[in-house]
Design a protein around this ligand. Structure first.
Ligand SMILES: [Zn+2]
Length: 277
């Protein structure tokens, strides 16, 4: 196991450079994996929305069928009442007493009242049918739009996944190359800290702090880190340290370009203040 600030018996510059790129790649891989993992959830959400639209259409269709059935039932009940009336009328021709006659007339009135009520109900259903038709049309239009949107979004998700997986494969290949080029002990340390802290490297600037945990380095450690030629870790967070020199002042830029230092310095992590020239 590597102790903090231990110097490995080999020049670390290329390892540091490889590690810095490795960490960028590991971070990109984590982002892509998270994106890929979130895609099924996204697809499930758009499927749920489509199912909701389908259900609305089904409810509207079912309501229509129920109304149609109710209307047929009312029409059949009206026929029954009409048959009853004609039967009473036939019977009324043969009655012997006024009381019998009045009773039959009463039955006829009752049947006629029932028919009137049923006709009202049919009329209500006819009026409601217009609204119901509107609701159904609207639900069908929404379903059509949602189905198109669903298809589009699913295709987008499919393409995103394919693109992510292609990028992942490329990154994995580059990652393997980088890992093969790094000292095994260093790699083990890198992996352990990455797992523990999500980043395994920390840049060190002129403020002499570990940018991973903000602890100020001991002066000797800072001096060593500045060489970028040793494997050094933060005493506190164990991240692998590398030095990022301040950007040169404009008048110095011409003179310091293409020096040995710039050739050997590791690439920055994309932070604007971390640029190495
Ligand atoms: Zn630290």
């Amino acid at each position: 196991m590597l102790e903090s600030s231990q110097v490995l018996p080999r020049r670390m510059t290329s390892d540091l450079q490889n590690l810095i790129e490795l960490q960028q790649i590991d971070s990109q891989i984590a982002t892509l994996r998270a994106e890929i993992a979130a895609l099924p959830k996204h697809v499930a959400a758009i499927e749920t929305r489509l199912a909701g639209s389908k259900a609305k259409v089904e409810v509207a269709l079912a309501a229509g069928k129920a109304d149609d059935a109710a209307r047929r039932k009312h029409e059949s009940d009206i026929q029954d009442q009409q048959q009853r009336i004609s039967k009473y009328r036939d019977q009324s021709l043969n009655v012997k007493t006024n009381d019998e006659y009045r009773a039959l007339m009463h039955e006829i009135q009752f049947a006629e009242a029932s028919i009137a009520k049923l006709e009202d109900k049919i009329l209500e259903l006819m009026v409601a049918a217009d609204t119901r038709q509107e609701t159904l049309k609207k639900a069908e239009a929404e379903l059509k739009a949602d189905a198109a949107e669903n298809g589009r979004e699913k295709e987008e998700a499919r393409q995103r996944r394919a693109a992510d997986e292609k990028e992942l494969a490329e990154l994995a290949s580059r990652r393997n190359d980088l890992r093969a080029a790094v000292n095994e002990d260093v790699l083990r340390h890198y992996d352990r800290v990455l797992q523990l802290r999500r980043t395994a490297l920390a840049a060190v600037y002129e403020n002499q702090m570990c940018s991973g945990c903000s602890v100020v380095l001991r002066p000797q450690v800072f001096q060593d880190v500045m060489t970028n030629e040793q494997f050094l870790t933060c005493d506190t967070c164990k991240r692998i340290l590398y030095y990022v020199p301040p950007p040169p002042k404009p008048e110095e830029e011409k003179n310091t370009k293409k020096t040995a230092v710039s050739e050997a310095a590791p690439r920055s992590e994309g932070s604007s203040s971390a640029s190495i020239s």
